[in-house]
Design a protein. Structure first.
Length: 150
């Protein structure tokens, strides 16, 4: 597929949004078999990544971090709790706030998931430095788009 100038017309292949969308779809598909061995879906993995980084976060904080609404993550939280990977607890300071804590089993899964990022890097066929640069550029794009939101 030949590269086209971005935004030069309304052709699908010239749209940055489609390139990002299709790459995101393929990334999620790539993760699926890796996560299946851990008994996780991709959204569950993202939630666990946030908790492995900082346990005891509120549902709202995790939703903001994952740039989605709490309502769409509530079923993910409930499933992770049913699977014994986290515990949802009402905050003592404000009972409207639900805090999420990893269980022992949820913490142990962290060790099993350690190899997943390396699998993605290997599959990309790109040096780590180039991927880090790409990630930084995408984060900058995301941040500028977020600032431009009404």
């Amino acid at each position: 597929m030949a590269s086209q100038e971005i935004g030069s017309d309304l052709g699908l292949d010239s749209q940055l949004c489609f390139t990002l969308y299709s790459t995101s779809l393929l990334m999620t598909k790539f993760y699926k078999p890796l996560l299946k061995g851990l008994g996780l879906t991709y959204p569950q993995y993202l939630v666990l990544l946030t908790l492995w980084q900082a346990d005891g976060q509120s549902a709202g904080a995790i939703s903001r971090r994952l740039m989605t609404d709490t309502g769409s993550l509530t079923p993910v939280f409930k499933r992770l709790e049913a699977d014994g990977l986290l515990q949802r607890v009402r905050s003592r300071r404000d009972e409207r706030v639900v805090e999420l804590f990893l269980t022992e089993r949820g913490r142990a899964l962290h060790e099993q998931a350690r190899e997943i990022p390396d699998c993605v890097i290997m599959a990309s066929g790109q040096p780590h430095e180039e991927l880090a640069e790409l990630k930084g550029r995408l984060e900058a794009l995301r941040d500028r788009l977020q600032e431009a939101m009404p």
